[in-house]
Design a protein around this ligand. Structure first.
Ligand code: SAM
Length: 227
C-alpha cells in the first residue's frame, strides 16, 4: 500500500535529531514525483542522508505567491508532490499555507503527515496546562508588538511563542511587564539537540537568567494563562 494517496503531502522533518524522521515520511519522499522545499540545500541534504534522489522545487516566502498556481496546475495534471520546510512541520511559522489553501480551493487532495514540530514538545514538557492552549508563533518584530502582547493580558489558556535567540531576553521582559512578573513560564532551548535545555520559572526569573546568559540556539517560550 502507498504511504499516501494525496496529490500534495506536507512532510514534517526533524527539528534537530535526524532520527525523528518517520518511516512514513521516508516512504512518501521515496514515492512522490518531486519535493517542494523551502530551501533546496537543506532538504537536499536530508534526502541525501536518507538515500533518496528526487527533483527539488524551490518554494519560499519570496516566490511562493507566483509558484502556487503553477504547482497546483501540475498536481491537477497528475503529478504528486511532497512539501518540506527546513525543519518541523511546513506551514507552522514556515511556508506552506498558501499552497495548501490553493490546493484545497482547486479540489486537489492534501495530506499532512504527523511528525516533528517544536511547539508540541515545548508545551508538553512545560508542565503548564496543555488541555487548552494558544499558539502565537512569532510576535511582530516592531509595529504591533506591544499591542499583540496587550491583547493577551486576559488570555486564560497557556500561550506558546517562537522567538529568535537575540530577542528572547527582551521578549521575556516585555511579557513580564504586561502579563505580570510572577507569571509562570517555561523556555525550551534546542529541543531534540545535544544542548537541549528546559528552564521553568516566573517571567522575571527567566528574563534575568537569559539577560545574564547570552542565549544561543532556537527557543520556544511557553507562558501560563491568567486563570
Ligand atoms: N515549522 C517549524 C515547526 O514546526 O516548529 C517552525 C519553524 S520557525 C521558522 C523556527 C522557530 O521554531 C525557531 O525560531 C524556534 O522558535 C522554533 N524551533 C525550531 N526548532 C526548535 C528547536 N529544536 N528547539 C526549540 N525551538 C525550535
Amino acid at each position: 500500500m502507498s504511504a499516501s494517496r494525496a496529490q500534495l503531502v506536507l512532510v514534517p522533518t526533524p527539528i534537530g535529531n535526524l532520527d525523528d524522521i518517520t518511516l512514513r515520511a521516508r516512504r512518501v519522499l521515496e514515492e512522490v514525483d518531486a519535493v517542494i522545499a523551502e530551501d533546496t540545500r537543506v532538504t537536499g541534504r536530508l534526502l541525501q542522508h536518507l538515500g533518496i534522489d528526487k527533483p527539488l522545487i524551490s518554494f519560499h516566502i519570496n516566490n511562493e505567491h507566483r509558484m502556487v498556481e503553477q504547482l497546483v496546475k501540475r498536481m491537477e495534471a497528475g503529478e504528486r508532490f511532497a512539501m518540506c520546510s527546513d525543519a518541523g512541520t511546513p506551514a507552522i511559522s514556515d511556508p506552506g499555507f498558501l499552497l495548501v489553501r490553493e490546493a484545497v480551493r482547486q479540489g486537489v487532495s492534501v495530506e499532512c503527515l504527523p511528525g516533528p514540530t517544536a511547539f508540541v514538545p515545548a508545551l508538553v514538557v512545560s508542565g503548564l496546562p496543555c488541555e487548552r492552549f494558544v499558539f502565537e508563533g512569532f510576535l511582530p518584530q516592531k509595529k504591533g508588538r506591544r499591542t499583540r502582547i496587550e491583547s493577551l493580558r486576559s488570555e486564560e489558556r497557556t500561550m506558546v511563542f517562537y522567538e529568535s535567540p537575540h530577542r528572547v531576553a527582551r521578549m521575556l521582559t516585555e511579557l513580564a511587564a504586561v502579563l505580570g512578573a510572577d507569571r509562570q513560564a517555561c523556555v525550551s532551548r534546542e529541543l531534540s539537540k545535544l544542548h537541549e535545555e528546559v528552564r521553568r520559572g516566573t517571567l522575571s526569573e527567566l528574563a534575568v537568567h537569559f539577560e545574564a546568559h547570552e542565549p544561543r540556539g532556537e527557543f520556544v517560550v511557553v507562558v501560563a494563562g491568567c486563570g
